[in-house]
Design a protein around this ligand. Structure first.
Ligand code: 1HE
Length: 280
């Protein structure tokens, strides 16, 4: 990462020290709810547009989480999740600067996707451009009814740069992504849910509560299982079958060897553990 990005990102950090969470720029805020950290995109006057300090603040947050945090909820303040890249920063970058800027986003979003703890994103209002790219780096996505998805890069004369061309097709297919970018097609919350952009669809204002509920469940899993889900599942999905089977076998053996796994299996066999039940 370039020193210039670092310097800008460290400007005017907020005081999250009392919670043990990393210091953040003013465009982000965070609080702890037990073992779940709630991270807010906190720049509603600019529709949570992602400028460099914000993106670098995301990196500081996800690389500096204290051990007690077992899951993160990511939510946007105001009427929109995020309007994507801060277009006011998109000055006349030359080719090399453009490449480094995009690679900086890649590096930060990789720290979310392949970080230490799973992330539950709450989406509402505009989830567009880099905002959709950010949401796609989370592991579980909840959409409130107001959510709409767009990739307006085509209209702006630019291209995705935050990993969207890798992550979005994995959710909805390259064909749908091409349509979104070429025609400016916008999916509403229900359409987005039907094609796989969200895992859960809830009413307006209900997203954060649902996210807390899901994040608590995630946080209660054995840490090695969460690690395997985050780090092994997407890589196995990209591997050849033969490599995938071997990686899966190794991961399964490592997870089952953990003391917490042995305890949980004993709990089930001795009738102390919850059964798998149908949703009521
Ligand atoms: C912004 C941005 C932004 C708003 N960069 N400042 N993203 C886009 O192309 C989406 C552009 N934004 C919009 O289409 C609309 O702002 C929204 C639909 C998200 C919200 O509309 P609205 O009516 O609620 O807000 P607004 O009046 O348009 O914007 C409020 C303020 O936020 C205004 O600033 P102000 O100083 O005049 O008050 C806007 O200029 C500002 N604002 N969005 C900068 N994006 C790694 S590559 C990723 C590539 C991309 O993400 S491309 C997609 C960019």
């Amino acid at each position: 990462m370039s020193a210039a990005y670092k310097a800008e990102g460290n400007a005017a950090l907020s005081d999250t020290a009392t919670s043990g969470l990393p210091p953040l720029p003013p465009s982000l805020s965070a609080e702890l709810d037990g073992d779940v950290a709630i991270l807010h995109l906190a720049r509603p006057d600019k529709r949570n547009a992602l400028n460099d300090p914000t993106v670098l603040g995301l990196e500081a947050f996800f690389t500096g989480l204290p051990d007690q945090v077992k899951a993160v909820v990511l939510v946007g303040d105001g009427a929109h999740f995020s309007a994507g890249l801060d277009l006011s920063e998109l000055q006349e970058r030359d080719v090399a600067e453009g490449i480094h800027h995009s690679r900086m986003w890649h590096s930060v979003f990789e720290k979310i996707e392949f970080g230490r703890v799973p992330v539950v994103a709450v989406m509402h209002g505009a989830v567009v451009g880099g905002g959709l790219e950010l949401a796609c780096a989370a592991h579980v996505r909840i959409a409130e009814a107001s959510t709409y998805y767009g990739l307006p890069e085509g209209q702006r004369g630019i291209f995705v740069g935050g990993g969207g061309s890798v992550r979005v097709p994995k959710l909805i297919g390259a064909s749908r992504m091409m349509d979104m970018m070429l025609t400016g097609r916008v999916y509403d919350a229900e359409e987005g849910h039907a094609i796989g952009l969200s895992h859960y669809l809830v009413g307006d204002g209900a997203g954060l509560e649902k996210a807390r509920e899901l994040a608590k469940k995630v946080a209660a899993n054995a840490p090695m299982t969460n690690f395997a889900v985050m780090h092994a599942v997407p890589r196995i999905a990209e591997a050849t079958g033969s490599n995938g089977y071997l990686t899966e076998a190794l991961m399964a053996a490592i997870a089952q060897n953990e003391e917490v796994a042995k305890e949980r299996l004993r709990d089930f066999l001795e009738k102390r553990a919850a059964k798998v039940e149908k949703n009521r």
